[in-house]
Write a protein that binds this ligand. Structure first.
Ligand code: FPP
Length: 250
């Protein structure tokens, strides 16, 4: 494995919020002649690596796409395995999260999750609520269109009852109705497995995010891969619609 990206990271230029689409568990398992669910199990190891690497380097928020609205269409056995893994992992990892100062959050249509999953999740969220280090935000039963429609409905209701004037709806107001209301938009979005698409993830929030695609399959992802992505991010020039001379120091 290539090593040494960490020393090339400029800590004063770190993104605050990194979002990841963890993809390729199924293909990784298939390559090894194993069941897809084995890929998810090994994927948990990559989650642990990434979360600890992100906290160690000093990210403020890490948002992981753990289960999409569309994932409910997978075979029932795979859904059950993923839900059980989630419950087990969250249960087992909570003490490590606390040791690392990490606060757990979840976003998505959580009412769709099995009851035991909802209970474990809330339990761990409560147990880590006082931590002041990184926020680990799990997207579960999440899709960006679901999130945007939810925001639209909330705003429409506020208008209906006379609490909000439609003319006052702007980007800041809208953002406050998204699941990520408290967080800055992710400056960097990483997707593993070589697929180059967004798959209904954080559509509003990634308007200006740098996109980083790696062919690494999720179970093989380590903190070094994360550091490599951070180095690549820092080599890019973020212009937000301006020209180079306006944003780069001469
Ligand atoms: C994508 O691979 C991965 C998922 C749908 C689930 C990710 C979940 C985990 C890594 C385990 C539990 C997570 C946490 C946060 C504890 P894929 O199945 O789409 O792979 P493929 O594209 O090769 O089929």
């Amino acid at each position: 494995m290539r090593m040494g990206f960490r020393e090339h990271i400029q800590t004063e230029k770190l993104p605050q919020h990194v979002a990841i689409i963890m993809d390729g568990n199924g293909r990784w398992a298939k390559q090894k002649g194993r069941l897809r669910t084995f890929g998810h199990k090994v994927g948990v190891k990559a989650v642990r690596e990434t979360v600890e690497g992100a906290a160690e380097i000093g990210l403020k928020v890490l948002t992981l796409y753990a289960f999409s609205t569309e994932n409910w269409n997978r075979p029932k056995l795979e859904i059950n395995t993923l839900m059980n893994l989630l419950v087990e992992t969250i249960h087992q990892e909570t003490p490590r999260l606390i040791n690392n100062g990490i606060q757990l959050r979840a976003m998505g249509d959580l009412s769709q999750l099995p009851k035991n999953c909802q209970i474990q999740l809330q339990n761990s969220i409560d147990q880590t609520a006082d931590q002041t280090g990184m926020i680990l935000n799990l997207a579960l039963s999440y899709s960006a269109r679901w999130e945007i429609l939810r925001a639209v409905k909330e705003l429409a209701n506020q208008v209906r009852v006379g609490l909000l004037n439609p003319d006052d709806i702007n980007e800041a107001v809208f953002s406050k109705h998204l699941c990520t209301a408290e967080f800055p938009d992710p400056e960097l979005l990483i997707r593993t497995s070589g697929e180059q698409r967004i798959s209904n993830y954080l559509l509003w929030q990634i308007a200006y995010s740098e996109l980083y695609f790696t062919s690494c399959l999720w179970p093989d992802f380590t903190r070094e891969h994360l550091f490599e992505a951070l180095v690549a991010y820092q080599q890019r020039e973020r212009r937000f619609g301006k020209i180079s001379e306006q944003v780069a120091p001469l």
